[in-house]
Design a protein around this ligand. Sequence first.
Ligand SMILES: [Zn+2]
Length: 581
Amino acid sequence: MSYQALYRVWRPQRFDEVIGQKLITQTLKNAVKTKQISHAYLFAGPRGTGKTSMAKIFAKAVNCRHQEDGEPCNQCETCKAITKGTMNDVIEIDAASNNGVEEIRDIRDKVKYAPTEADYKVYIIDEVHMLSTGAFNALLKTLEEPPANVIFILATTEPHKIPATIISRTQRFDFKQIQAKDSLSRMAYILKEKDLSYDDEALKVIAKASEGGMRDALSILDQVISFGDDKVTLDNALLVTGAVRKQLLVTYLTQVTHQETQKALMTVQEILDEGKDPERFTEDLVNLTRDLLLYQQSPELVTQIEMDQVDSDFKQLATEIKPQQLYDIIDDLNDIQQQMRFTTHEDVYLEVLTVRLAGRQAQPVQSGATAQVDNTVIDRLEAEVSSLKKTVAELQKIPAAGSTPSKRPAVMKTVAKPKRTQVNLSQVYPILGAATRQDLSALQEVWPDLMNILSIPQRSIMGVSKPVAASPDGAIIAFDYAFLQQRANADQELNDALENGLDRLTHKVPKLVFVPTDQWPQIRKTYLEQHQVTGQDNQEADSSSQDDGQASTGEAQSKDEPVVDKAKELFGNDIIDVKAD
Ligand SMILES: [Zn+2]
């Protein structure tokens, strides 16, 4: 007989066996007892907290003819069939894999038919937030006029992604993280039933490492049991829990040093899926990076401190990676930690971090101070500043009387209007010319669904983007990070995926143009200026007036120039002095 994972074997079969959700089990039991059953329930909560187990128990309880005190008997044919998953009237759908409109339409067609074997037809839709807008609309229609004897149970880890119109038609239950003491006593119970010995301390370590998910706790317990010849010892628990996390971190750092962005993004996702806190992840990464630095200088010391945790992957990484790279990584981690404090989208920043770390390894010589800003902008500005300094030095050599006005406007032009090769204005302007509020609203509405369709690496590039203008056949998408905008530009597969997704969601394929968010206000302003009364000539007149030494004009213009602002930020007022000079 093949080995069955603990969390499968010990999946709760009665409400009383569900750990840590007392309020919910009580309410559902009462509903069964008093036959006050809703048409739709929403089970929201972190993973591993018992949502789908609860849904199946509920499906049994409402259909079991021998239910007692709201609990299913688990002995009758109906109960057994539902437990085994062979009951036709209890339908489980994983929205993560079946997110098409068709599957939900299929429900709409079949939902009309009365249950054949049971009293209630129960649809359990797991990860319901993954449904497309179309599928949600189809589902909503069904929920608006639910046939008799049909129950929908929608389970999700991300209730905020579900339309309010759907939520308002459900009875909502929020599942709580499992308390350490609850998962501890459940593990103790299982081990006693299996007649295995254990250290109390070991169970504490496992409960802590699983951070509120019963499924994770039992998976770790499984590993500890198999590792320790059927004994659950503290040493083994420490080893297994520590190793799991550390191994993933080493894998992650190895992947970014090898510039394997996509694999690294998968690893981040794996870590997040395990319910790890993004801030904790960056903290652990900082610690690992320090361990690596320390190991490079004194291997014996680290081996001592970390005991058996220095494995071959760690050693391999320690030999491959240069100390400067490690210092750079620590700088990046510090930056990201700062930014994470001001956001509720910490996971997006982890993805940004990953793309940046992997990209950084391609350009090994970077100073920490420049990490915040797009490298190409800095490179360009640095080149411009050094050419300006040269020009200024040359100008200073020339006697004041014989000043050479012909040279100076050229200098200012370079400063005021640096080339922006990343943004193709000839693509932007036609879209702006035909842009409407309605087109933008329509695109904004499907945008979250479009993001859901993308692969994880694609989503991480698009995660900090949003539509800022749209016409019937085009749209402008702004990116908070210029380096992600450039990546999006260069990624044909991503562009195809976006087009296909939009085709599916809107039956239109608008031309998408990507711009960095910090350039967007200026692009829009310039467009408006050029397409209103004042023509382009006016702007040139402006810049020539600076030639007369009107510092105020120059400064006013610099306020509208994000790149110049950035330059001020980075290089002080040098450039401005040159202009006003
Ligand atoms: Zn039964």
